[in-house]
Design a protein around this ligand. Structure first.
Ligand SMILES: NC(=O)c1ccc[n+]([C@@H]2O[C@H](COP(=O)([O-])OP(=O)(O)OC[C@H]3O[C@@H](n4cnc5c(N)ncnc54)[C@H](OP(=O)(O)O)[C@@H]3O)[C@@H](O)[C@H]2O)c1
Length: 287
């Protein structure tokens, strides 16, 4: 059993579940974070806090001292701070890997995205996969986790339903099995001792986007209203924003517009259903 784990991305949706899961399974945890306030929710599970900016390698000296395994879910999702995906998803993770290699850490686990080979033209995927390539080519044993969409993002469908209308792209019939952060964290810890490789991870239920939207309305007790935005219009929109905005603006949009118009199915893990999650959101109890 690997005993001392560094969690990077510790203040994020997945990182928080990861810290809780690792603690419950008896691991010693160091958390990398840049803002002490943000780790409060899970701070009591953390054995050592390392406050630093992963984008600035000068602040990372000693980060991996005494560490057996690094887990990184560090990346840009909604942060709007002027950093690009290359600065964070690639370079900040590269900075952490350099520390791990210097301290001869025995394993590095990195969270990328599902189906990266089909969407490698997207800016976020380019940055993540550049890091994956360097991780594979390094001396450290590695594991690349490729998860499906997180429930935290599916929460957007619930918010639209609360406002009265859910907007979907195309037919809304693309199937997928998004995953709850707790289920994903459990699956990540289950795979901690796996030999070097890559693993796709999805949630327990395969649903179309129409079915997910219908469940949101059902949980809210509201009349279903789903508007389907034509695919061609979405493609044109993407073309325009790519030419008039920077990657910081169009990057997240191109990612979501693309993954929402393809089948996203991964091996099934976990037990949390979307209906349960929507019910927790309705009751103000979702993590
Ligand atoms: N959401 C999805 O559906 C999905 C699906 C597949 C894969 N993924 C990938 O899984 C990973 C984790 O996702 P998540 O939902 O847990 O993300 P999240 O909640 O946004 O957390 C991201 C983490 O990265 C850190 N971070 C972001 N920008 C940073 C910067 N400039 N410098 C230092 N740290 C920075 C954040 O720190 P702060 O709290 O300080 O900002 C946070 O700890 C991401 O790489 C994401 O791309 C997500």
């Amino acid at each position: 059993m690997r005993e001392r784990v560094l969690v990077a991305g510790s203040t994020g949706y997945l990182g928080r579940f990861m810290i809780k899961e690792l603690k419950e399974r008896g691991y010693w945890i160091k958390a990398l974070c840049r803002n002490k306030e943000k780790i409060q929710l899970v701070g009591h599970y953390v054995d050592e806090l390392f406050i630093a900016k992963a984008t600035n390698p000068d602040t990372l000296n000693g980060l991996c001292r005494g560490i057996d395994c690094v887990f990184s879910s560090l990346g840009i999702t909604k942060q709007k701070e002027g950093f690009t995906y290359m600065d964070v998803d690639y370079q900040a993770n590269r900075n952490i890997l350099d520390q791990a290699l210097a301290e001869r850490v025995s394993k590095f686990i990195y969270v990328s995205v599902l189906n990266a080979d089909k969407i490698k033209h997207l800016q976020i995927v380019k940055a993540k996969e550049r890091f994956c390539e360097e991780l594979r080519g390094s001396d450290v044993e590695y594991l690349i986790i490729r998860p499906n969409g997180f429930f935290s993002d599916i929460g957007q469908v619930f918010k639209m339903a609360q406002r009265g209308t859910v907007y979907l792209l195309g037919s809304g019939e693309y199937p997928g099995n998004p995953i709850h952060g707790q289920d994903l964290a459990q699956a990540c810890v289950d795979h901690l001792d796996l030999a070097s490789g890559e693993v796709d991870i999805g949630g327990p239920e395969i649903l179309s986007q129409n079915e997910i939207a219908a469940q949101a309305f059902e949980v809210l007790g509201k009349k279903e209203k789903i508007l389907h935005f034509p695919l061609l219009a979405a493609k044109l929109f993407l073309k325009v924003i790519r030419s008039v905005t920077s990657v910081k603006t169009y990057g997240p949009l191109e990612f979501f517009l693309t993954v929402l118009t393809m089948d996203m199915i991964a091996p099934r893990y976990g037990t949390h259903t979307i209906r349960q999650y929507f019910t927790e959101l309705r009751n103000g109890k979702a993590m």
